[in-house]
Ligand binder design. Structure first.
Ligand SMILES: [Zn+2]
Length: 376
């Protein structure tokens, strides 16, 4: 081997190393960019808290997340809106944020937790080619993952054993906030977050609690309310009201033997809380989807879904799209319709009055951005 050739090899090696270092630097910056918080602009009257006020063990951990409370001038019940259990289900947390940025509470209290699984907002699902962010007018929001970030809770076991029931689930469910209730401090970060949310529900005597989700259009429980048995009368009344107004909504009883889910454990762990989970139809998290990009998140327009719809395989009415404004309008209106039933189903002392929330047709016609605060 000549000296010349040796020098050539060394130079190639140094260049390749520099290139690898450059790529690693750029991708690390990209990965870490999701650690920054999305900006939100609570309406007047909301006081900001942290979830760790209800469970100090999660203070200074990635499970801690903002909690906002607005109290009306008249006493009444307490409503909790939880968004962001699954940060890849944008209609869930954007609907919670719409309440947070607009609500005027005159009777009772409204509690909003926009980013339920705070850790899961700090990354997005590997190998799903999902966008990191989406834009609504001047606002930017992260499109996170269904699961807590593995840098906060790793590794997933082969089998996740739910505490305290002993029910066995796939290992990835350990990173799913909606399999962690009632929660424990002796498992991972996700179960600690579940525990803290349930502590808030208990200590604040929450009357009516919502967990806002989206599901793929081929999943049977979609465009649906899943209600704990105690919440069934209220949910059924609200569903009739929604159907009367041309908004189709399935009503599903919370399965008694499926442990760890909000609608089951929030109800079972409390004396009075009415627990309801809602699902809108989101093609960007479905298995049939084609290209997964910001446009799909915002419009839900996808040829494979249009075809599946023609074959009768979907559980949502689907012509050619399923836009975010429709999915948010469904959640926002269904939440309001349930709140309006509180006085009749319970009594006047549990009523909650929330104003300044746009109606179903308004959100669909004018878009979501119009009803969020402008970027400051
Ligand atoms: Zn979900």
């Amino acid at each position: 081997m000549s000296d010349y050739k040796f020098k050539g090899n060394a130079l190639t090696a140094i260049l390749l190393l520099a290139l690898a270092g450059g790529i690693a630097y750029i991708t690390a910056q990209d990965f870490m960019s999701m650690w920054a918080e999305d900006k939100i602009y609570p309406a007047e009257g909301f006081a900001e808290h942290k979830l760790s006020e209800w469970e100090p063990a999660i203070a200074n951990t990635p499970a801690d997340t903002p909690v906002y409370i607005q109290e009306g001038s008249e006493p009444g019940g307490t409503v909790l809106i939880l968004g962001g259990t699954h940060p890849n289900e944008p209609a869930g947390f954007i609907s919670a944020i719409m309440y947070l940025e607009r609500a005027k509470v005159s009777k009772g209290r409204l509690i909003v937790i926009p980013f339920g699984n705070h850790s899961a907002f700090t990354h997005n699902s590997p190998q799903d080619a999902a966008p990191q962010r989406f834009h609504l007018g001047t606002r930017t929001f992260k499109f996170g993952s269904r699961a807590s970030n593995p840098i906060h809770q790793w590794p997933d076991p082969d089998i996740y054993v739910h505490y305290p029931s002993g029910q066995k689930l796939d290992g990835s469910s350990r990173a799913n906030l909606n399999r962690g209730y009632p929660g424990t401090l002796n498992e991972g970060l996700t179960q600690a977050a579940s525990l803290a949310i349930l502590e808030l529900i208990k200590k604040e005597n929450v009357t009516l609690a919502f967990d806002l989700h989206e599901a793929s259009p081929e999943y049977p429980v979609v465009n649906a309310m899943v209600a704990h048995e105690r919440a069934m009368e209220l949910a059924a009344t609200a569903v009739m009201e929604l159907e009367f107004n041309g908004i189709p909504m399935r009503l599903e009883p919370s399965p008694v033997n499926l442990r760890g889910l909000s609608h089951r454990e929030w109800g079972d762990s409390t004396e009075e809380t009415l627990a309801i989970l809602m699902e809108a139809g989101n093609p960007s998290q479905g298995r049939l989807r084609e290209r997964t990009d910001e446009a799909l998140v915002l419009t839900g327009r996808d040829k494979a879904y249009a075809r599946a719809s023609k074959l009768g395989r979907l559980f949502v009415p689907y012509e050619e799209d399923q836009p975010l404004e429709l999915r948010v309008a469904r959640h926002v209106t269904a939440v309001m319709t349930c709140i309006e039933q509180l006085e009749m189903v319970l009594d006047e002392s549990k009523a909650v009055t929330v104003e300044n929330i746009p109606g179903y047709e308004e959100i669909i016609a004018e878009g979501v951005a119009k009803f969020l605060a402008p970027e400051a």
